[in-house]
Design a protein around this ligand. Structure first.
Ligand code: 8YV
Length: 309
């Protein structure tokens, strides 16, 4: 039996399935850290997720580690460079979550623009008989700027067709053959956009890409939607821009220090706050589990992962 180190719990179904086929050391269970040293020599595979990651110190502790298999498309929390230096391949779960993350991004655009969550709070608080809500913003026909035209960004762009939107995107490089307009300058694109959707990877290359200047370019009527990583946005600058009315609104599924959400955001009426649920549907989470298992099996049977990062 292969000895696997699982860094954090996924679904009950997944945890049970993994433990039925392999010898699993579950790192979150009491006493597991102490066991880690005595098992370190035998551990061949690390099973982790976008949330639990895998740092260089842990990779170092496992002299016979052969692969890191992760749940989730983002791998910014995994020290891929440290793994590569040891020749250890890393897999993620791309593609299977594109639709659900893009659906959620579009949901956030519509919710922020049409004030749906705010209107729901208004009705529940019994305010309807005595007051009116401020008017929302039209969604159809507007300008959508996408930061990161990868697999998820493409799925967001596709959805905008049904809303007769104009689409532009910002990437490090233009995407060959793309029908959408490329903007080399994020500030210029933010100035042009009514809605700015972040769908790029996290990590050092995109840290605080959305700066105070970008937020100011998006402006007091602009709406920011983030379904990528909290690290992409300068969060204190975002809070300031919202508090000072320099930004129209924000729909956020991700934050700089999850699960912490800045108190100022909780107090603002013009933000929609979700607890990192982009891929959190029954169908997509099952597909992600299956892809993780497929990677694991392929590695153990043929020595190769299917979807390497
Ligand atoms: C993760 C995510 O599934 O895929 C990603 O990169 O952020 C989510 O879909 C979730 O964080 C579980 O780790």
């Amino acid at each position: 039996m292969t000895c696997i180190l699982q860094l954090g719990p996924l679904t009950e179904r997944f945890n049970r399935g993994l433990a039925a086929e392999h010898e699993v050391l579950a790192l979150w269970e009491p006493g597991a850290d102490a066991l880690l040293d005595s098992h370190a020599q035998r551990i061949e595979i690390v099973v982790t997720s976008a949330r639990f990651g895998c740092n260089a110190a842990l990779i170092e502790r496992l002299p016979n580690l052969r692969a890191i298999v992760s749940f989730g498309v983002g791998y910014d929390a995994i020290d891929v460079a440290a793994a590569r230096a040891r020749g250890i391949p890393v897999s993620n779960t791309p593609d299977v979550l594109n639709d659900c993350v893009a659906d959620l991004a579009f949901g956030l655009v519509i919710d922020c623009a049409r004030k749906m969550s705010r209107a729901d709070r208004f009705v529940r608080a019994g305010e309807w008989p005595s007051g009116g809500l401020p008017l929302g913003t039209r969604v159809s026909g507007k300008r959508l700027g996408i930061v990161g035209l990868g697999r998820i960004g493409e799925a967001v762009a596709k959805r905008s067709n049904g809303f007769d939107m104009q689409v532009r995107y910002h990437n490090r490089r233009p995407v060959e053959g793309s029908p959408y307009g490329y903007e080399a300058s994020l500030i210029e694109m933010a100035r042009w956009s009514d809605f700015l959707v972040l769908a790029c990877p996290g990590g050092d290359a995109t840290r605080h890409l959305v700066s105070r200047e970008v937020l100011d370019a998006l402006g007091p009527k602009g709406i920011l939607v983030n379904v990528s990583r909290g690290s992409v946005v300068d969060e204190p600058a975002l809070v300031e821009a919202l508090l000072e009315g320099r930004l129209g609104g924000a729909g956020l599924d991700v934050y700089a220090h999850e699960p912490k959400v800045p108190q100022a955001l909780l107090d603002l009426p013009n933000v929609v706050l979700l607890p990192h649920i982009g891929s959190a549907t029954e169908e997509t989470r099952l597909a992600m589990e299956e892809l993780l298992f497929a990677n694991l099996r392929a590695f153990l049977e043929c020595g190769e992962l299917l979807t390497t990062v």
